[in-house]
Design a protein around this ligand. Structure first.
Ligand code: BGC
Length: 465
């Protein structure tokens, strides 16, 4: 009897393995993705092909040679995930350069109707949060310089001016796309009329992360986020940034690589689950690379795989619970928790029972296999992108060994138990001749925005003198 059971289990696992084998990526596949990504990056940088390129390579106006920096208190805003954050950051000058301390902060959750209503509603909500923060800390009378970390694709005209190209990650507020984001914020502050702010800089979260890590390690010339969404920025030679005049020095380019795949570059790798996630999203056909990697989507991919296994009678006795059948119910944090289980299956069992399921030991093992396959593929896909960026930098700098630091932030990178290790190993495998250090950023969005605002303030002073 026992023998029969064991045989049943192992044949079940074999069948599951077979279904999951689609998630496997070979080194050749990753190199293909990397080369295609590099091609799109090149097209994004060139004036002639920029318009049609799927990877937009947006100039940020953050340059390699800052002209010094102001010191003092800065207000940082961070919009881009499920929460909106306000921070007060002190920037000072020491022997080793600038330092920052986050002195006060507050997190506000963004109500669904502010995310998907009108731009006015969203920015009114943001300025209401700022007003609340200033009230709490009795700072309403101060007109502080403000740095805005806005984590969406923005076409900048300057460091404090840029239009939103398109929303991502479940945001959809109407009337924002195509408009100057800093203008929307200034208008909302004016509408309230109970405080004043001097908006001096707007940056992407990748850029803020890179800047905050740069102050710790001057080799940090790449910033990357693997959180709700996924993206990277890096320092490119000005002569290659054709959208901005001038050939001297370097400028930080926000790749917006999450959009990769919009011209079919990933078609051969997309699975039935990816297609469903895409079709059910607010932006079908867009951000396909991000939808394989980002925390907004990874849990949903896993849920769809679980349902497929249930339908094939390989999981939960062929019966799913109502909760498991509900779109979005299996959040990406559950993938992290399942893979953090030390081996006694308790953690997995608890998660599954909270879904109204009664899992057997083998069910727990299968769920873990699913999570591992989905998150490993994400880590590998993400590695191909970063390897593309780093190999490009190595080629353009013609250094024997490129020594470089990558500043990283985001919930998937930070909270998943093995994403980092798998990711680091694959990036290194794909980047011969490069010596890469990964630096985890702490409070990167807030500190980075404050640091760049301090530089922007200095420049503004110099221009007005
Ligand atoms: C956005 C990027 C952002 C990334 C990480 C993407 O959806 O388009 O601008 O950097 O998410 O937050």
């Amino acid at each position: 009897m026992l023998d029969h059971r064991a045989r049943m289990d192992s044949s079940k696992k074999e069948k599951v393995e077979q279904i999951l084998s689609e998630f496997q990526l070979r080194e050749g596949d990753l190199k293909k993705v990397m080369r295609r990504m590099q091609k799109e990056m090149d097209r994004g940088l060139k004036l002639e092909t920029h318009q049609e390129a799927s990877v937009k390579m947006l100039p940020t106006y953050v340059r390699s040679t800052p002209e010094g920096s102001e010191v003092g208190d800065f207000l940082s805003l961070d919009l881009g995930g499920t929460n909106f954050r306000v921070m007060l950051v002190k920037v000072g000058e020491g022997e080793e350069g600038q330092w920052t301390v986050k002195t006060k902060h507050q997190m506000y959750s963004i109500p669904e109707d502010a995310m998907t209503g009108t731009a006015e509603m969203l920015f009114d909500y943001i300025s209401e949060c700022i007003s609340d923060f200033l009230d709490k800390h009795q700072m309403k009378h101060k007109k502080l310089p403000l740095g805005f970390t806005f984590s969406f694709p923005v076409r900048h005209e300057d460091i404090d001016k840029g239009i939103l190209l398109n929303w991502t990650k479940g945001f959809k507020a109407s009337g924002a796309e195509g408009n100057n984001v800093v203008g929307l914020l200034r208008d909302a502050i004016k509408r309230r009329g109970d405080f004043e702010m001097d908006v001096v800089a707007m940056v992407n979260d990748t850029v803020a992360t890179m800047i905050s890590c740069y102050y710790e390690d001057h080799r940090c010339e790449v910033g990357m986020i693997v959180g709700t969404g996924c993206n990277a920025c890096y320092m490119e030679e000005m002569q290659n940034v054709e959208l901005v005049e001038g050939n001297e020095g370097r400028m930080c380019v926000n790749t917006e690589w999450g959009a990769f795949g919009a011209s079919g570059e990933l078609d051969e790798f997309l699975l039935e689950y990816d297609r469903v996630v895409d079709e059910m999203s607010l932006n079908p056909g867009q951000q396909l690379y991000e939808k394989i990697i980002g925390g907004k989507y990874m849990g949903e991919i896993a849920r769809l795989v679980l349902l497929k296994l249930v339908n094939e009678n390989l999981l939960f006795n062929g019966e799913a619970s109502e909760k498991l059948k509900t779109k979005g119910s299996f959040e990406t944090r559950f993938i992290s928790q399942v893979e953090s289980d030390p081996g006694d299956r308790k953690q997995i069992y608890n998660i599954l029972t909270s879904f109204g399921l009664l899992p057997s030991a083998i069910d727990c093992d299968i769920v873990r296999m699913v999570c591992e396959r989905v998150s490993t593929r994400a880590a590998q896909m993400c590695s191909a992108g970063l390897a593309g960026v780093i190999n490009r930098m190595r080629d353009s700098r013609s250094e024997e060994i490129l020594k470089i630091t990558v500043g990283v932030d985001g919930s998937v990178y930070k909270l998943h138990p093995s994403f980092k290790d798998r990711f680091h190993a694959t990036v290194r495998q794909l980047t011969p001749g490069c010596d890469i250090t990964f630096l985890q950023s702490e409070e990167g969005s807030g500190r980075g925005a404050a640091l760049i605002s301090a530089v922007a303030c200095k420049m503004a002073c110099m221009i007005s003198q």
